[in-house]
Design a protein around this ligand. Sequence first.
Ligand code: DHB
Ligand code: FE
Length: 284
Amino acid sequence: MARITASVFTSHVPAIGAAIDLGKTADPYWQPVFKGYEFSKQWMKENRPDVIFLVYNDHASAFSLEMIPTFAIGTAAQFNPADEGWGPRPVPVVIGHPELASHIAQSVIQDDFDLTIVNRMDVDHGLTVPLSLMCGQPSAWPCPVIPFAVNVVQYPAPSGRRCFQLGKAIRRAVESFDADLNVQIWGTGGMSHQLQGPRAGLINKEWDNRFLDRLVSDPEALSLVPHIEYVREAGSEGIELVMWLIARGAMRDVARGPAPRVLHRFYHVPASNTAVGHLILEDS
Ligand code: DHB
Ligand code: FE
């Protein structure tokens, strides 16, 4: 049977992608950010999964106001890097896993969650920057990736509670796939940031670090935090953090197993307009 072995949580700041692509990772501004991912890149090399289930948000690259799926699963064989206005990032195409993705769609929809099935989709910085942070600049990504897009751009976004419950359903789906696959689940976006309006530039280190604490030790209670708290404390784009609850809900302890081990934790300000947060949790 397939199994979820670890969860990875990371911000997806687009300027990080540009820093990598333009060879600026050693600049004094960026060096501390990339230092926080050195452990992670090594760990990825030593613990290469068979598939990554990557929860992220699209930023009006594949979708627009014409169509706003709350939860969209990519079932295609391949996803191309999106052109976000400066041409597509020079990163490898993303190879999908249509068989596992279709199985998860079948299982999760029958488990009462409405997913949009997407057979054609370009993937933007929300997906490619986490891959770059964790994998560096390979000529091909280390394994197939199932893109799972969540609408956190246009209200109404899904609640943290629904995201957490969905993570549990994704775990059940993976565990009922009849192949011996090591699957990682990644939750991306965040942490505190606000890109527009009078509070543009807002960062809340205390709230972010408490979010990281609670994500590790009390995710069920964290999932009950209402949207208004994210917006008030973490800024309008801080709402991206509900996606982390999908990945956390898929860990074994939530299904009454042992607690995951915290392999790595990192927090850094600034990176563009965003606080960078990063965690790796491993199921025992
Ligand atoms: C920034 C952060 C984001 O999450 C995003 O989608 C776009 C920009 C930023 O910090 O600049
Ligand atoms: Fe974003």
